[in-house]
Each structure stands twice: as structure tokens, then as C-alpha cells.
Ligand binder design. Structure first.
Ligand SMILES: C[S@@+](CC[C@H](N)C(=O)[O-])C[C@H]1O[C@@H](n2cnc3c(N)ncnc32)[C@H](O)[C@@H]1O
Length: 238
């Protein structure tokens, strides 16, 4: 008889069962180690009406460690907002490293920019105000750009994640890393559509479709991490 014990879980093995536990993690292991420029940027963003858009600091901490392991020379970031994830990348990569940062709206970036300048890492950032797809397509017109990035972070319009992925599978080298934020979309991916507020349904569906596609993509190894709003860590293997 087929052994289904490992396929059917009867209880929720997730550790994060309460808001208090999340607070505990932030206060114990994340905020005390958060570099001062990042703390400053997080506080400067706190009163922004869209402050919730910044990467979760605990997910950012994991991303910092991954960046140190990859040690990228060339990184790409899609979706900058006020710049928390961009600043953590700029603080982490080597001094000669470069980040191609793209956001369709520069206004929020202006909030983080003075802090980025004060931290002495602005020289690593090449910011472009534009929708991201045409910029990726432009990069791909130059054959030298294929495989020229070591790391990419995607945190923008969820309906384009697969379009970004198709392009990043050419721009990021084999062995390089790509991280996608918000892939659990507030946990709504596992709820019935009728139980999800209408405003969240469209991007919930995008996340569900993206998660299915990425899971079946032989070009990457992947890990779905339930930190923050869910991050998917991919390593290009072919
Ligand atoms: C969730 S926020 C990014 C948060 C950022 N990574 C951080 O840690 O603070 C999403 C950003 O994506 C940008 N965005 C949305 N659609 C875009 C597109 N098609 N091309 C480029 N940027 C886009 C928005 O302007 C917004 O600033």
C-alpha cells in the first residue's frame, strides 16, 4: 500500500503561530542586528501611507546573509519603493559591486536617498525610473548582458513576476540567485477565493500561478520561505 504519511500533514507545522512570536523574533534577532542606516530608513518610511510595502526586516536579514554568500558583482532590483531592500543590498555587496535598480516611480526613492547617500553606498546604485519590463528587454538587446548578473530581487507588480522570471533566466548567470517577494500574498494563496477580500484577489491569483510555474521550472532550484509575505529563493541551474 502506498505510504501517504509524509504527504498528508494532519497538523500545522508552521512555527509562526502568533503575532507575539513574530514580534519576539524581530525584537530578539532582527532589530538588534539591523545596521543603523537600515533602521533609519525603516523609521523614515514608517509614516508613509504605503509603508507596508517595504520588505519585512526578517526577510531582509535572510536576504543579507544570502547576498554575503553570493557576493554579487552585479545585482538587479525590480521595485525599490523607499529603498530598504536596495540599501541592504548596497551595504552588503562589495565596494566595486553595482545594482541596476528599477522602479516606475521615483518619488518614494527620494525618501531613502539621503540615507543611502549618508551611508556612502550611492555609487553602487544605478537607479532608473521606468516600468521594469522595457528596461529588462533593453538589457537583453545587448548580448554581453546575458548571464552578467549574479543576483536579482523582484518586489514589484505581481502580475508580471513570470514575465520578469523569463527575462531574468537570461540575465542572471547559471549559479546566480533570484529572490521573489510576496509569493504567499498574506497567506491568501491557501485560502478559498471567497474568503479573500476582493482587493487582494487578483494578485493572489497571480501569486498562485507564479508559484505553480516556478515549482515546475527545471531552470531553477527553489525554496519557498514563509518569512514576511513569503519569499521564493531561486538558484539558476541551467
Ligand atoms: C513592494 S514595493 C517595493 C519595496 C522595496 N523592495 C522595499 O524593500 O522597500 C513595490 C514597488 O514596485 C514599484 N512598481 C510597481 N509596478 C512596477 C513596474 N511595472 N515596474 C517597476 N516598478 C514597479 C512600485 O512603484 C513600488 O515602489
Amino acid at each position: 500500500m502506498e505510504n501517504t504519511r509524509n504527504q498528508v500533514s494532519t497538523k500545522n507545522p508552521t512555527l509562526l503561530q502568533s503575532e507575539e512570536l513574530h514580534e519576539y523574533i524581530l525584537k530578539t534577532g532582527v532589530y538588534p542586528r539591523e545596521p543603523n542606516p537600515l533602521k533609519e530608513l525603516r523609521i523614515a518610511t514608517a509614516n508613509h501611507p504605503m509603508a507596508f510595502m517595504g520588505i519585512a526586516p526578517d526577510a531582509g536579514q535572510l536576504m543579507t546573509m544570502l547576498l554575503k554568500l553570493v557576493n554579487p558583482k552585479n545585482a538587479i532590483e525590480i521595485g525599490v519603493f523607499t529603498g530598504y531592500s536596495l540599501l541592504l543590498t548596497a551595504l552588503t555587496i562589495p565596494d566595486y559591486g553595482k545594482i541596476t535598480a528599477i522602479d516606475k516611480n521615483r518619488k518614494a526613492y527620494e525618501i531613502g536617498l539621503p540615507i543611502i547617500k549618508k551611508a556612502g553606498v550611492e555609487h553602487k546604485i544605478d537607479f532608473t525610473e521606468s516600468p521594469a519590463l522595457p528596461i529588462l528587454d533593453k538589457l537583453l538587446e545587448n548580448p554581453e548582458k546575458e548571464g552578467s548578473f549574479d543576483f536579482a530581487f523582484v518586489d514589484a507588480d505581481k502580475n508580471n513576476y513570470w514575465n520578469y522570471h523569463k527575462r531574468l533566466m537570461k540575465l542572471v548567470k547559471i549559479g546566480g540567485m533570484v529572490i521573489y517577494d510576496n509569493t504567499l500574498w498574506g497567506g491568501s494563496v491557501a485560502l478559498r477565493e471567497e474568503d479573500v477580500p476582493e482587493a487582494k484577489r487578483e494578485w493572489r491569483q497571480c501569486a498562485i500561478e507564479f508559484n505553480k510555474l516556478i515549482s515546475a521550472d527545471p531552470r531553477v532550484e527553489m525554496s519557498q520561505v514563509p518569512l514576511g509575505d513569503g519569499i521564493t529563493i531561486c538558484r539558476r541551474v541551467c
